[in-house]
Design a binder for this molecule. Sequence first.
Ligand code: UDP
Ligand code: MG
Length: 329
Amino acid sequence: MEQPILTIVVPCYNEEEVFETTCNQLKDVINRLINEKYIGIESKLLFVDDGSKDSTWDHIVQAYQNDQSVNGLKLSRNFGHQKALLAGLGEAVKYSDCIISIDADLQDDIHVIKEFILKYLQGYDVVYGVRKKRDSDTFFKRTTAQGFYSFMKKLGLPLVYNHADYRLMSRRALEQMLRFKETNLFLRGIVPLVGFKSTNVYYDRKEREAGESKYPLAKMIAFALDGITSFSVKPIRFITLLGFFASFISLIAGIYVLIQKFMGHTESGWASLMISIWFIGGLLMMSIGFIGEYVGKIYEEVKNRPRFIVEEKVFKHVETSHLESRIHK
Ligand code: UDP
Ligand code: MG
């Protein structure tokens, strides 16, 4: 059997500080795997510049000029991690048999890439990189992330625990994933929905090599909310339950008020009135907020806007005729 062509997709946003190291380390991994004859010589790196404001794109172009195995894709502005990744995956799927996605900061252990490939060669279509522990994250990030996963689990989503976007996908799995056209993207929620044979590979997550996290708290919350509302209508159902509960309470309160009235202590009604106004008001606002969240989602999906826009591409075509024949086999 011919060796599979691997492409490693790396989304980059303001990553000039780590680019050099990342690029070299990943190139080493690829070259080693090529030498060991696990993957084909056409295997590549694909860096996606997500509208960086620093010199990341210049670094990518430089690396492309110096090296056979580096490709680059530049988005027209910052679209966010998930969309940058999507852009890269959609590009890589055209000329690869299997595709690995990894963050530019190399927090994810690149030594397990070989294991990814071995699993792929054994016939797995999706290989999830799963963190063993979260020592390197701050206490805050660790607890919020943990809370998020267990919450998602309660909502009944098939998330892989402690798996971020470090994974391998076969071409056919990726092709199917790209058919999920939603604007609100939560890739790690979609991949399990694609199905096919999958497995986990475990690794330790390290500190960021350099630079700082591009996921501040606000972005993390937005990401989590996206994840929840894109995959589950349970929050809406929860509101309905709350509504039932509130009506029940007000029924009891009504009976109580009537009794009080007939017994002649009417001015005591003020407290209960105030409480119920606030209670119902809060409930209503919360419910409308939840529903608004979904309406907003629908609004965005209905517009059907492009999920990303490519501004520039640096790409080396190697023996495409040979590749074409493989891809359309
Ligand atoms: N990233 C991106 N666009 C963004 C934010 C981040 O492409 O708007 C990339 C970033 O360059 C990195 C990956 O997404 O390769 C993960 O970001 P980061 O490491 O900052 O997140 P964390 O690991 O702290 O969750
Ligand atoms: Mg990171």
